[in-house]
Structure formats: structure tokens, C-alpha cells
Design a protein around this ligand. Structure first.
Ligand SMILES: Cc1cc2nc3c(=O)[nH]c(=O)nc-3n(C[C@H](O)[C@H](O)[C@H](O)COP(=O)(O)OP(=O)(O)OC[C@H]3O[C@@H](n4cnc5c(N)ncnc54)[C@H](O)[C@@H]3O)c2cc1C
Length: 393
């Protein structure tokens, strides 16, 4: 795609965000509505297939474009941002590990709005989501999946789930495999999503009760799950997730700045922006928000280079994890400062309190910032990451 076409695609993305995503954000939050119309509009503009090659109907762009899109969507609505990131990540996992037949059936209809997501976390292993205790059984060459997933973004809404579980013969919880599960399969039931924030993204529990999955839809080989997590799932998910929280951080800051520039205390004839204390509060957050953009861009370019050269994207796993931690914490600081400088009005129902509630999800989403710091610290002092240490963390 030429630079000019790329700019046009970004302009179309901005139009969708302005005319549809932003307009729906408040109502989706209020009524806990899944943002399907937003995802349909993004699909029509081609952005659901941002990383998918043109021969499969995608835009054939790169991680830089994907992360930019996640950032811009996150500014308007974190719920839509999360659904978008899980979808692009799911599609990219098929892109990287799928067979030609799987790409034809699950990627090509992107223009027709097929929505994917990741379904990995289980109650039994909690935040150590890379371990699974659920196990599929065999049905001739095919499989029967029985699993209860504690959280799955777009649960009950997705057209397909990239589902992680074990297959017969797995030695323990570290031997995992991936499947593409059709969202219309009998036996899938999703629970409600009733949460503090990102109320539109429907990240509730989901059950797979005796769901038949054809051998055709096993993603990669049995027990190849570790490699898929390191190189398929994690890199694209982490850069996208961090970008959404960067968007929330920027959105909260911009909204607060607009408010303090306009609100005037009649008694002193001063705007809120005329108080030094208010400007200090904003400046502290602005420095943090500005730190995210160049880092995101550098990481996305790094992922693009690894992708093009065929090297494992897991080389950037820790740097991407650091970005996720920083972006989610800056989002929380920015949203909190935005409430501080806007006083009682910021606290009332509206965009700022939504940013504040939404941002909180970033701290706990896998890898939670506590777990992420453990990975980062171990790597910093030269200890093995041991993500798949058998019988341990
Ligand atoms: C909005 C949202 C969307 C999500 N979307 C998806 C999705 O699409 N797909 C999916 O599979 N999952 C998803 N998840 C799940 C998420 O990635 C985590 O797996 C899940 O939130 C873990 O929650 P838990 O209560 O089971 O954690 P627990 O493991 O019970 O953690 C509780 C606390 O203990 C800490 N902790 C955990 N392990 C350790 C340790 N080893 N050392 C020190 N402290 C530790 C945690 O940081 C946390 O503070 C989503 C979650 C949220 C909130």
C-alpha cells in the first residue's frame, strides 16, 4: 500500500471513530451494549483485516498501522478498542499458524464482518492464563471440547474463538493446543458481563459443553500451544492492548484540558486553566502520556521487522510487557488527574468517569501488572522466565 493509500485508510478510520464509535460510546457503557455496529463499521472500512494479506481480503498493513488504530479507537471507547484488539490478535494467530483452508474460511470473510477473539483464561489457573486444566477428548479424527473459560472478550458475540485447551495425552497443564471454534457451534454458552468498566466489551465467562471441533480447525499441531502463545498470541495482543490504554490516557487528558480551558470562576474571573496548581497536575500527566507514543511506534516497527524477516516475535515479549504495564498505569494516572482538575463535574456520569472506570481493567488484564513485573524483574536479573515451568509458575 502506498503512503497515500495508507493516509486515506487512516482518514476513513478517523471518520468511523468520529461518526460511529464516539457517538455510541456513552450508550454502550450505560446499557452494557456490545459494540457490534462499531466493529461492523470498522470491518467495512477494512480495518478488521489490518494485518490480513490483500489476497484474503485484508488491508495488508502492519503492526504500526494496527497499533495506531487501537490507539485512536481507545481514545474514543476502550470497550471497542479491546474487542478490536482481541479480534485482530485472533485473526493474526490464524494468519501466522493457520492452514490455507483455515485462512480461506476464517480470514477471507473479514470483509463480511467475521469477528474473532481469544478464549484462554480459566478459573483454575487464574492470571496464569497460559496454563490450562481443561481438556478436549477425541472423536475419531475430530475433537470434543469441554472447557469453562473465566473471561473471554466478545463472549457470546464472536463469530469464532481462538480457544486454548489440552488434548488427550497432554502430560500436564503446560501441554496446550489451540482450536478455532465456530461461535455458532451447539454447546457454547456465555455468561453475563457486569463489571466496573469497559462495560461494552462483554468479557464474561464462556462454557464449551461437548462442542464438536473438526480436525480441520485445530490451529497448529497438538501441544504447539507454547510456541503459539509466545509468537502468535502475545506480541500482537500486547502492542494492541498497550495502545488502547495509551488512547484512554490521551482521551482523558484531552477531555480534561478542554474542560479547564472553558470553565470560568465568576468570582475571580479566572478559568480553571489559569490556576498554576491545575496546570501542574495536567503537566505531570502529559509528560507520561507523551512517553507512550514513541515507545509504541518503536515496538510496532520492531514487530514488523521481525515479521518480515521471519524471526520470532517473542524476541520483543518483555519490551511489549513493559509497554503494557506503563500504558495501563499512565491511563489510570491520567484518568485520576482528569477527575481531580474537573472537580465535582468530572465526577458525574460522563466521559471522564468512564475513562476512570475503563482504565482500571488494564491493571488486571493478562499479564496482570503484578505478574508482568515478575517477568520483567526476572529477565532484568538474568533469571529464566520459566513461563512454562512444569508444576510451577
Ligand atoms: C476486561 C477484561 C477482559 C479480558 N479479556 C480476556 C480475553 O479476551 N480472553 C481471556 O482468555 N482472558 C481475558 N481476561 C482475563 C485476564 O486476562 C486474566 O486472566 C484474568 O483477569 C485473571 O483474573 P483472576 O481473577 O483469575 O486472577 P488471579 O490469578 O486470581 O489474580 C488475583 C491477584 O493475584 C495476583 N497474582 C496472580 N498470580 C500471581 C503470582 N504468581 N504472583 C503474585 N501475584 C499474583 C494478580 O496480579 C491479581 O492481583 C480479561 C479480563 C478482563 C478484566
Amino acid at each position: 500500500m502506498s503512503q497515500e493509500q495508507r493516509e486515506q485508510a487512516l482518514a476513513e478510520l478517523d471518520r468511523v471513530i468520529r461518526d460511529i464509535v464516539s457517538v455510541n460510546a456513552e450508550r454502550n457503557d450505560d446499557e452494557s451494549l456490545f459494540p457490534r455496529p462499531n466493529l461492523d463499521a470498522l470491518a467495512r472500512a477494512g480495518w478488521n483485516g489490518v494485518l490480513v494479506a490483500k489476497e484474503y481480503g485484508g488491508l495488508g498493513l502492519d503492526h504500526s498501522a494496527f497499533a495506531e488504530a487501537a490507539y485512536r479507537i481507545g481514545q474514543a471507547d476502550a470497550s471497542t478498542g479491546l474487542v478490536y484488539v482481541m479480534h485482530v490478535g485472533a485473526a493474526q494467530t490464524v494468519n501466522l499458524y493457520g492452514t490455507e483452508d483455515q485462512k480461506q474460511r476464517w480470514l477471507k470473510p473479514n470483509g463480511a464482518h467475521l469477528l474473532g477473539t481469544y478464549s484462554t483464561s480459566e478459573r483454575a489457573s487464574g492470571g496464569h492464563w497460559w496454563y490450562n486444566f481443561s481438556q478436549a477428548s477425541r472423536d475419531g479424527d475430530d475433537y470434543i471440547v469441554n472447557a469453562e473459560k473465566s473471561f473471554t472478550t466478545s463472549a457470546g458475540q464472536a463469530d469464532y474463538y481462538i480457544t486454548q485447551t489440552r488434548t488427550p495425552g497432554a502430560r500436564d497443564q503446560t501441554d496446550i493446543s489451540f482450536f478455532i471454534i465456530d461461535g455458532k457451534s451447539p454447546g457454547i454458552s456465555a455468561g453475563p458481563w457486569n463489571a466496573l468498566g469497559v462495560r461494552g466489551n462483554h468479557s464474561g465467562p464462556i462454557r464449551y459443553d461437548g462442542v464438536k471441533v473438526s480436525r480441520r480447525d485445530r490451529l497448529g499441531e497438538e501441544n504447539q500451544g507454547k510456541e503459539i502463545i509466545y509468537n502468535g498470541v502475545s506480541p500482537v495482543y500486547l502492542v494492541g492492548l498497550g495502545a488502547v490504554w495509551e488512547g484512554v490516557a490521551r482521551g482523558a487528558l484531552d477531555t480534561a484540558v478542554a474542560y479547564v480551558k472553558n470553565w470560568v470562576h465568576q468570582d475571580k474571573q479566572k478559568r480553571l486553566a489559569d490556576y498554576q496548581a491545575i496546570r501542574q497536575e495536567l503537566a505531570e500527566v502529559k509528560v507520561l502520556v507523551e512517553s507512550l507514543k514513541p515507545w509504541r511506534k518503536e515496538l510496532a516497527i520492531g514487530l514488523d521487522e521481525l515479521w518480515r524477516s521471519g524471526r520470532p516475535q517473542a524476541e520483543l515479549l518483555i519490551a511489549l510487557t513493559e509497554f503494557k504495564v506503563h500504558a495501563s498505569e499512565v491511563a489510570n494516572k491520567s484518568a485520576a488527574a482528569a477527575l481531580t482538575v474537573t472537580g465535582g463535574y468530572g465526577y458525574k456520569k460522563g466521559a471522564l468517569e468512564r475513562y476512570f472506570r475503563d482504565a482500571r481493567a488494564g491493571i488486571g488484564m493478562g499479564p496482570s501488572n503484578i505478574i508482568a513485573r515478575d517477568w520483567i524483574g526476572k529477565t532484568a536479573v538474568g533469571l529464566p522466565l520459566e513461563l512454562f515451568y512444569e508444576g510451577g509458575e
